[in-house]
Design a protein around this ligand. Structure first.
Ligand code: NAD
Ligand code: ZN
Length: 268
């Protein structure tokens, strides 16, 4: 295992090994989790909730049965999260990944996050394994829905409201995200696996590796022969030979790492 600042040989040796791996890679996958957005002010599920959400565990609100039991609470939770994202800005880690695509290598971004901060930081074709907060879909007929802006905002007094109805079948609208107990969209998952299996380096940022099957992504990359660079405030590595662990905040580690990667020579 190699850690920034903890390498006994030379400090920063892991950073150097990571930048060397990136410099030699033709295809890089960036795989992100809630930790990358933490410094934009979007709570991970390990952070304590405040206000009316304080008594609730997010994971118990993110299921179809919770929505059936208390649609107002679950719909309100997502309106609140949407508002949090709308008020947030991409941070230096999102921006560094956005800029990575400009150095002449193929870069794919796969995220577990339901926010749009990668897109707003300039990354194109971001693959959202767990869906997105930006649109609703029907709980009954599963068709995507559209809503006027005011219906996508938490009421100013914070009151919980009934979810709006589907224009096609009058079913309740729910967020277009993947809840616990639900399958990932199979086309998205298949495309993500194909990208991961074909990359030379995977950078895994701000993910605890607990939620499956997304948690298998770094392992899939390792077993396909890629180098995996973890960027996390905690040690999340599994001590494989082609694994590098860069411990620190994503906003500090990623810009430092990516600044060391030279632009690839373009074929004449
Ligand atoms: P997680 O909450 O389980 O783990 C977050 C990880 O990020 C931890 O390993 C933590 O050590 C690390 N971390 C925290 N701050 C960091 C920082 N500044 N820099 C680097 N690393 C940092 O998140 P997960 O692994 O993504 O899985 C949980 C699920 O939560 C996912 O399904 C995701 O969809 C959902 N989620 C998404 C958002 C979002 O869209 N922004 C927010 C909360 C939860
Ligand atoms: Zn419907």
């Amino acid at each position: 295992m190699n850690q920034v600042g903890e390498d006994s040989g030379s400090p920063g040796a892991a950073l150097k090994r990571a930048s060397d791996a990136l410099s030699n890679a033709g295809h890089i996958v960036c795989f992100s989790g809630a930790g990358i957005s933490a410094e934009s002010g979007i709570a991970t599920y390990r952070d304590p909730l405040t206000g009316i959400w304080a008594p609730h565990d997010p994971q118990t609100m993110e299921t179809a049965s919770a929505f059936r039991k208390n649609p107002q609470l679950v719909w309100g939770w997502y309106l609140w999260r949407r508002q949090q994202v709308a008020n947030a800005q991409p941070n230096a880690a999102h921006l560094a990944i956005g800029q990575l695509a400009t150095i002449g290598r193929k870069v794919s971004v796969i995220t577990q996050n339901v926010d749009d901060l990668h897109e707003r930081a300039g990354s194109a074709d971001v693959m959202h394994l767990h869906g997105s907060l930006s649109t609703p879909k029907c709980f009954a007929c599963h068709r995507p829905g559209t809503l006027p802006q005011h219906q996508m905002l938490l009421p100013a007094d914070g009151a919980l409201v009934e979810p709006p109805r589907c224009g096609r079948c009058s079913g309740k609208l729910r967020p277009n995200v993947v809840w616990y107990g639900e399958d990932l969209p199979s086309d998205v998952w298949k495309s993500a696996v194909a990208l991961v299996k074909s990359c030379e380096v995977l950078i895994s940022v701000g993910t605890s590796g607990i939620v499956t099957p997304a948690a298998d992504i770094p392992w899939l990359a390792l077993s396909s022969g890629a180098t995996v660079i973890h960027v996390n405030t905690e040690d999340v590595s599994t001590a494989q030979p082609n694994e590098l662990m860069l411990i620190g905040k994503a906003t500090e580690v990623l810009p430092k790492l990516l600044a060391l990667v030279p632009r690839a020579e373009q074929p004449q």
